[in-house]
Design a protein around this ligand. Structure first.
Ligand code: NAD
Length: 290
């Protein structure tokens, strides 16, 4: 079995790494927060620099918060690039800017390394149960080399295009999710203020063209008043920014996404950073005096 480096063992990275260990892979691990995800009792080997993780691994996976952290881990003095061997494969599974993913891929290529951007959808539960949806940018050979690992971590992995295509797809995913949550939040707020039974409305809508997992899950959250994360509002706001920057780069006006991002800003200003992104409904209710 190939040696796998895994950097970033937070809410998502830790269960993904555990699934790889349970599938028989030898893991070299690192997280800047020593308390996060210590998997040495499960047989993983911990290193103190990303350079060492890379030097001792044939596949290196990162699962970090955002572009600045990926840049630090890859390009830092003791970063992955300083240690990685020609012929290795580098896979970033964080949600970051497509432009950063392309820069990382170009730098890796100069070292004789194939890079994939492979962000995921499916949340903590998807990570724990190995049911993530994985959106991949890069070349076919690297994708084929990683497919057995993707099959351990996810239920679907699709090679979408060249470097950055996975991240662009994830940005589109987050636009659709964000705008759909806003649609559900507005609908439920209107219905609540008009005195319509929300449980009956959810049931009726789930049988029609408005059916969606977001209507199903977040509609139920609104009914249950459950705004514990889930996916934190502040992380979704980060993703909307990635989408808006991509819109700027490619000169596509993203009207709906810009509105939802502003709505998220108002929710963050209300102090709801750590709440689930379904808390957009709370803001609608506040604005509507419901
Ligand atoms: P997290 O904050 O729980 O985990 C990130 C980990 O990276 C932390 O343990 C942190 O200590 C570590 N880290 C940060 N900087 C580092 C560095 N320089 N070197 C080494 N380790 C470092 O975040 P998460 O929820 O696991 O999300 C990770 C990524 O996955 C994000 O891009 C997020 O948008 C995306 N994502 C999250 C979810 C979700 O539901 N949580 C779902 C899909 C995608």
């Amino acid at each position: 079995m190939k040696k796998v480096g895994f950097i970033g063992l937070g809410i998502m990275g830790k269960p993904m790494a555990i699934n790889l260990i349970d599938a028989g892979y030898n893991l070299n691990i690192l997280d800047s927060n020593k308390a996060a995800g210590d998997l040495t009792p499960k047989g993983a080997t911990a290193f103190s620099t990303c350079k060492e993780v890379a030097a001792n691994s044939e596949i290196i996976i990162t699962m970090l918060p955002d572009s600045p952290e990926v840049n630090e881990v890859v390009f830092g003095d003791t970063g992955v690039l300083a240690g990685i061997k020609s012929g290795s494969v580098f896979v970033d599974m964080s949600t970051i800017a497509p432009s950063t993913a392309r820069e990382v891929a170009e730098a890796m290529l100069l070292k004789g390394v194939d890079a994939l951007d492979a962000p995921v959808s499916g949340g903590q539960v998807g990570a724990e149960t190995g049911n993530l949806s994985i959106m991949v940018g890069g070349n076919q050979a690297a994708f084929d080399a990683l497919k057995p690992l993707f099959d351990v971590m996810g239920k679907s992995a699709v090679l979408i295009g060249d470097a950055g295509a996975g991240q662009l797809t994830k940005a589109c995913n987050q636009m659709i999710v964000g705008m759909t949550i806003q649609a559900v939040a507005e609908s439920f707020t209107l219905a609540k203020k008009a005195g319509v039974n929300l449980e009956k409305m959810r049931e009726a809508l789930l049988g029609g063209f408005a059916q969606s997992r977001i209507l199903d899950l977040h509609g139920q959250r609104i009914i249950d008043r459950n705004f514990d994360p889930g996916f934190k509002l502040k992380l979704h706001r980060k993703d909307m920014n990635i989408a808006l920057m991509a819109g700027k780069e490619f000169k596509v006006p993203l009207y709906g996404s810009a509105l939802v991002a502003s709505h998220m800003d108002a929710a963050l200003a209300a102090g709801w950073d750590e709440k689930d992104h379904s808390a957009l409904a709370l803001l609608m209710e506040k604005l509507s005096n419901v």
